[in-house]
Design a protein around this ligand. Structure first.
Ligand SMILES: [Zn+2]
Length: 147
């Protein structure tokens, strides 16, 4: 018998409507699977960003002595690099969730070609097929070109 798993998420309203009628993307069979992965990733990133924001606030208290200060400033550089990366990733994850709502999830943003399931399994927020992703990474240092 199939086991039904219901996951409750704190404070998260069910604001994302279930699939709409015009589901023409037959290549992605289990979109709920990707939605769940994306939502989990969104929460993970929000948690990381929140934690880093708290870490940043500790600095302002001025409670660190000099030794701590040097360790902290080193740590801060790493934290900020992560913060930047996590914030960008969060944007990509949310854009992917939006594409699920729009019914365009799993299609390359550049040419509309289906993104292979293996790629979506590895990177559920992938917005481009491998060919375009590589193209954009080469010319714009990983920042996708607006389409
Ligand atoms: Zn493409």
């Amino acid at each position: 018998m199939a086991k039904l798993v219901i996951v409750h998420r704190n404070g998260e309203k069910n604001r994302r409507a279930p699939q709409r009628g015009n589901q023409h993307n037959a290549s992605v069979v289990n979109i709920g699977h990707y939605r769940a992965k994306l939502l989990a990733k969104e929460q993970e990133l929000l948690g990381l960003l929140k934690r880093n924001a708290i870490t940043g606030r500790e600095e302002a208290d001025g409670t660190l002595d000099e030794a701590d200060e040097s360790i902290f400033s080193h740590h801060k550089e790493i934290t900020f690099a992560h913060l930047d990366r996590d914030a960008k990733l969060l944007e990509e994850v949310r854009a992917a969730l939006q594409r699920i709502d729009d019914g365009t999830y799993g299609q390359c943003l550049a040419d509309g070609e289906p993104i292979p399931e293996a790629r979506l399994n590895a990177i559920p927020w992938a917005a481009y097929c491998v060919r375009h992703q590589e193209l954009f990474e080469n010319i714009s240092d990983g920042t996708p070109i607006a389409v």
